[in-house]
Write a protein that binds this ligand. Structure first.
Ligand code: SAH
Ligand code: SF4
Ligand code: F3S
Length: 458
C-alpha cells in the first residue's frame, strides 16, 4: 500500500473553452486527492485536452500521446486520458490507434471526470462520447490565474459553417441559467477575481434554448439581458466576452456595452472572409457589408473600441480576386488583432468534400500576404496609444524581465511596465504608454493619489 499522493499533469490545446474545461478537470482531480506535477514525465496521470479545429492541432496530440504511451510500458500504473475535441471526434478509434489509453472523453463529459475515473480504476477502458445534458458544475475549478477567470455561458454550437468541426464535437447549444452564471461570478468576486471572460462559441446565441418568451414573442433571455444581469457583481471590475457572431450581433448589445462601465471596449467578431460569395459557401449568414455596418455602429458608440477577428484563407474555390476582398476588408477596418489560418479540410464537414480545394502553396502564399498586412494595420492601431494614459489590470510578472509586470488595457492590448508583482497583482493602475509595438505596449506607472491609496489597502 502506498500513502504518497498520486500526481497529475494536464496539457491543453485549442481555444478558451478547452482552457476553461481543463481548469474544471484539474479541480476534479485535486478534489480526488491528486497533486499537480509540473513535469509530465513525473506524473501518474496524464490528461491531454485536445483540439481538432485544424489538422495540425490534431497531429500535435498524436505525437505527444505516442511518447506517453511508450512510458506506460515502463510504468503500467500510469493513467492516460484524452479529453476534448479529438476525443469526441475519434471516440473508439482512438483506442485502436493507442491501446494504452485508459479514458477517452468528449468535452460534454468534462465535469463527469470523477465518475469516469472510478470506472477506470475498477479496471475498465472507458469511452465517453455520447451527447449529454451538461449538468451544472458542483466542483471547484483550479484556475490558472487569480486575477482573471473564464465563465462558460453557453456550450455547443447550432451553426453549420461548412468548414467547421465544432458543432460535431461540442454538440448542440446548451445555455446555463442566468442565476447559475451570476452565482459563479459572485463567488469569483468574493475570491478576489477582478476580470471575467464570458465564453460561448456563438455567444450571441445565448438563451435561445432556454424556456420562456416575452409578451412580444422574443426569447426571454438574450446575451444582452445577461450582461445587464451580471454587470454589477461586487469585486468584478472588468467583463469581457467571446465569441461574437456577425449574423446575430445586435445594436442593442452594442448599446449595452457602451452603457455598462465594466464591459471592456473590445469586440472579437470573426468575419472569416471579406467576399460575399465565399461567405455564402461558408454558410455564415451575413455579407461583408453587414459586417462593416456592425463595426461602424460599434465605432459610433465607442470610437476607441478595439476590434479583433478571425479569418480563413484558401477556402475551397477561393479565387485570387475573392482573397483580395479579404485583404480589402482588413485594410479598411484596421483590426487591432486578427487571427489568421489557412483552410484545413476537416472530417465530417461539407467543405472537406468539395472538389475545388486550393493547393498548399497558394494557401500559404495568401496567408503570408494577409499576415503581412495584419501586422502593418496592428502597428497603426497601436500608434493611438502612444503618450496616452491607459488603465491596466496587472496579471503577472513579465516572464522575460523580473523587474517588469504585465497586464492588459481595457482594449486587451498586452502592456509591460516597471513594477513589483507582489504589490501590483490584481490592481488596475494608470500607465503612461511610452512605446508601442504591433501587438504590445510598454509604459510607466503613474503613481496618482488614488492608485497609491489602492496599493496600500491591497
Ligand atoms: N465560433 C467561432 C469560431 C470558432 S473556431 C466563430 O464562429 O467565429 C476558431 C477559428 O478557427 C474560426 O474563427 C476560424 O477562423 C478557424 N477555423 C475553424 N475551422 C477551420 C478550418 N477548417 N480551417 C481553418 N481554420 C478554421
Ligand atoms: Fe464553427 Fe461556425 Fe459554430 Fe463558429 S459559429 S463554432 S465557426 S460552426
Ligand atoms: Fe479546438 Fe474544440 Fe476549441 S476543436 S478550437 S478546442 S472547440
Amino acid at each position: 500500500m502506498t500513502t504518497s499522493k498520486r500526481s497529475y499533469h494536464i496539457t491543453t490545446f485549442g481555444c478558451q473553452m478547452n482552457k476553461a474545461d481543463s481548469e474544471r478537470m484539474a479541480g476534479v482531480l485535486e478534489d480526488m486527492g491528486f497533486e499537480f506535477a509540473a513535469d509530465p514525465n513525473q506524473a501518474d496521470l496524464i490528461l491531454y485536452n485536445t483540439c481538432t479545429i485544424r489538422d495540425n492541432a490534431e497531429q500535435k496530440v498524436y505525437s505527444y500521446l505516442g511518447r506517453q504511451a511508450k512510458r506506460k510500458h515502463e510504468k503500467p500504473d500510469l493513467t492516460l486520458i484524452v479529453a476534448g475535441c479529438v476525443a469526441q471526434q475519434e471516440g473508439e478509434a482512438l483506442l485502436r490507434r493507442v491501446p494504452e489509453l485508459d479514458l477517452v472523453m468528449g468535452p460534454q463529459h468534462a465535469n463527469r471526470l470523477k465518475d469516469l475515473l472510478q470506472q477506470v480504476f475498477d479496471g475498465n477502458q472507458v469511452v465517453a462520447t455520447e451527447a449529454v445534458h451538461i449538468m451544472e458544475d458542483i466542483t471547484k475549478p483550479r484556475r490558472d490565474s487569480s486575477v482573471s477567470a473564464w465563465v462558460n455561458v453557453i456550450y455547443g454550437c447550432n451553426e453549420r459553417c461548412t468548414y467547421c468541426v465544432v458543432p460535431n464535437v461540442r454538440g448542440v447549444e446548451q445555455s446555463r441559467t442566468p442565476e447559475a452564471i451570476r452565482a459563479e461570478i459572485e463567488e469569483l468576486g468574493r475570491q478576489g477575481y477582478k476580470e471575467i471572460t464570458l465564453l460561448g462559441q456563438n455567444i450571441d446565441a445565448y438563451g435561445r434554448d432556454l424556456p420562456g418568451t416575452t409578451p412580444e414573442g422574443r426569447h426571454l433571455h438574450t446575451f444582452t439581458d445577461l450582461l445587464y444581469f451580471v454587470h454589477d457583481v461586487p469585486g468584478i471590475e472588468r467583463i469581457r466576452f467571446a465569441t461574437s457572431h456577425p449574423r446575430y450581433f445586435t445594436e442593442r448589445l452594442i448599446r449595452a456595452c457602451a452603457e455598462l462601465p465594466k464591459i471592456c471596449k473590445h469586440f472579437h467578431i470573426p468575419f472569416q472572409s471579406g467576399d460575399n460569395e465565399v461567405l455564402k459557401r461558408m454558410a455564415r449568414g451575413y455579407t461583408h457589408e453587414k459586417y462593416r455596418r456592425i463595426i461602424e455602429t460599434i465605432r459610433t458608440y465607442m470610437p476607441d473600441a478595439a476590434i479583433s477577428a478571425d479569418a480563413i484563407v484558401g477556402f475551397p474555390g477561393e479565387t485570387e480576386a475573392q482573397f483580395e476582398n479579404t485583404l480589402k476588408l482588413v485594410e479598411d477596418i484596421g483590426f487591432d488583432i486578427l487571427n489568421t489560418a489557412a483552410y484545413s479540410p476537416r472530417p465530417g464537414t461539407p467543405a472537406a468534400l468539395w472538389e475545388e480545394q486550393i493547393s498548399e502553396e497558394v494557401k500559404s502564399d495568401r496567408l503570408q500576404r494577409l499576415n503581412h498586412l495584419v501586422a502593418i494595420k496592428a502597428a497603426e492601431r497601436s500608434q493611438r496609444y502612444l503618450g496616452r494614459i491607459e488603465q491596466v489590470l496587472v496579471e503577472e510578472q513579465n516572464p522575460k524581465d523580473g523587474n517588469q509586470v504585465m497586464g492588459r488595457t481595457d482594449g486587451n492590448r498586452l502592456t509591460f511596465f516597471q513594477g513589483d508583482i507582489n504589490e501590483l497583482k490584481g490592481q488596475i493602475v494608470n500607465v503612461k504608454i511610452t512605446e508601442v509595438r504591433a501587438f504590445s505596449l510598454t509604459g510607466e506607472l503613474i503613481p496618482v493619489a488614488q492608485s497609491v491609496a489602492r496599493l496600500k489597502v491591497g
